[in-house]
Design a protein around this ligand. Structure first.
Ligand code: ATP
Ligand code: MG
Length: 132
């Protein structure tokens, strides 16, 4: 199964290999994260970073892994070409974005995609804590 910390280091390496400066911030207790959550979050991180490399043309990308009392949070932000307005509609999404959404929905997670005025593409993924 996926270890979210390994996946995080892999993501940074992939960005750097593509010549994209990685800025990272982790404030998350990975030890206590359930394997299913590590799997889904790791898969999402991989897809997000693949998209940045494939589509964004960015020079920089930040990755944040955070948690608060209620949820885990994965935030990525790149300074590339941005997502065209119409692309923020589910029907324009490809297999990558739809696949993330589908897996996230199985564990109560959500994905939001947005580009701001400066064309930064931001992805926000939230997963509620699962307690046994
Ligand atoms: P797949 O993931 O199935 O291999 P894909 O990457 O094209 O194919 P999605 O991951 O669903 O499909 O992304 C849909 C589209 O959204 C992309 O084709 C691209 O146009 C756009 N996109 C996604 N991420 C970014 C990004 N970081 N910057 C710019 N455009 C993006
Ligand atoms: Mg993709």
């Amino acid at each position: 199964s996926i270890d979210i910390r390994d996946e995080f280091h892999r993501a940074v390496h992939i960005l750097q290999t593509a010549g994209i400066e990685a800025e990272t911030h982790i404030r998350m207790d990975a030890e206590r994260m359930m394997p299913i959550v590590q799997n889904v979050l790791g898969m999402c991180l991989r897809e997000c970073i693949t998209n940045v490399v494939k589509h964004s043309g960015a020079g920089k990308c930040s990755i944040q892994l955070l948690e608060d009392k209620e949820r885990y949070l994965l935030l990525t932000c790149d300074n590339g070409i941005g997502i065209a307005k119409g692309q923020n509609q589910t029907r324009k999404w490809g297999a990558g974005l739809l696949g993330m959404k589908e897996r996230l929905s199985l564990i109560g997670g959500t994905l939001e995609l947005a580009s701001d005025v400066e064309n930064r593409t931001k992805v926000k993924i939230t997963i509620p804590h699962h307690r046994t």
